[in-house]
Design a protein around this ligand. Structure first.
Ligand SMILES: Cc1ncc(COP(=O)(O)O)c(C=O)c1O
Length: 306
């Protein structure tokens, strides 16, 4: 089924990053450029959608229904992937549809049907009558949860280990990444057969994200997970001028763009931890760049609106 796979940059490149800070602290830092996998279906979106879309195709499901907010990377990637595969896509959106919003514009260009629902219905998802009524209209549809997180997504994320294994002669001491629903972290944790520790930076204020991750993995490898909750910059989708400046500076010095919702926050936190000597000298760290760069157009759009 994966004609699409020929178009993807896999394995995603692993690049070594030398910053004055990493040199001073003798830290071997790598970034796995999952953001380069595909312009539309990048980063963890590819990993999480791969087996979901495979399931839809194998079972002759002609439609995919999923959920997202106005700037959702998941909606963007689902619209892109379904267009490439010839599957109909439906995006259930929280709140109104702003036709100038670059993410939603892209989804519409890729022929995703966008259906706005009330915020209360969106919160309840499949349990709400409003959403049930929509889903029932499409008897041949596969429903993929918000953020694409389910066991099929975990399996896709788990494949990153095979790539890393071939790309790096030694096992990294740490893999770091950003978490929203926690599905990508859960996939890496669940399929981690190495002593590597995983540090997951929460992109939002949550007192249950760690528990959500552990319940997805049935508590497998729980001793290999550290959650860091100090770098959400005010909450999901929030940003500060300090964060935006950091993202600009990081791109100037490393050549790597970061998004402001996930990777900017996580890399900010990671460099702060390096600066604070959290890691012993000689530590090898791989940060997973989970993509999300389409969101930068949304940031620009929002900043111009303010
Ligand atoms: C770019 C990006 N990075 C990280 C995440 C967080 O992934 P997860 O929801 O699997 O924790 C998301 C959301 O899915 C995302 O879009």
């Amino acid at each position: 089924m994966w004609n699409l796979e020929k178009e993807l940059m896999l394995p995603s490149p692993l690049v070594s990053i030398n910053l004055p800070l990493t040199i001073e602290k003798n830290i071997h830092l790598y970034i796995k450029r999952e953001d380069l996998i595909h312009p539309w279906v990048s980063g963890n979106k590819w990993r999480k959608l791969k087996y979901n879309l495979d399931f839809a195709l194998q079972n002759n499901m002609q439609t995919v229904i999923t959920f997202g907010g106005a700037f959702s990377n998941h909606l963007y990637a689902t619209a892109g992937a379904c267009a490439l595969l010839g599957i109909k896509s439906i995006g259930i959106i929280r709140g109104e549809i702003d036709h100038q919003n670059p993410t939603l514009k892209f989804c519409l260009e890729k022929k995703m049907t966008l259906i706005p629902v009330s915020r209360s219905a969106y919160r309840e998802k499949e349990a709400s009558k409003e959403i049930q009524d929509i889903i029932q209209k499409y008897s041949d549809a596969m429903v993929i949860p918000e953020g694409g997180t389910n066991q099929l997504a975990l399996k896709g994320a788990g494949e990153i280990w095979d790539e890393l294994n071939h790309q790096l002669a030694i096992k990294p001491d740490y893999v770091t990444l950003s978490a929203g629903t926690g599905g990508t972290t859960a996939g890496l944790l669940s399929y981690n057969n190495y002593p590597t520790q995983i540090i997951s930076f929460s992109a939002l204020k949550s007192d249950h994200l760690e528990e959500d991750i552990l319940s997805l993995t049935s508590h497998k490898n729980r001793e290999k997970l550290t959650m860091v909750t100090d770098y959400h910059f005010g909450g999901y989708g929030k940003w500060t001028e300090e964060l935006i400046q950091f993202i600009r500076d990081f791109e100037t010095i490393s050549g790597i763009p970061l998004d402001h919702v996930y990777n900017g926050k996580a890399v900010f936190g990671l460099l702060k931890m390096i600066e604070d000597d959290y890691f012993p000298q000689g530590t090898t760290i791989v940060h997973m760049h989970t993509g999300g760069l389409q969101g930068l157009a949304g940031l620009e759009y929002m900043r111009n609106k303010i």
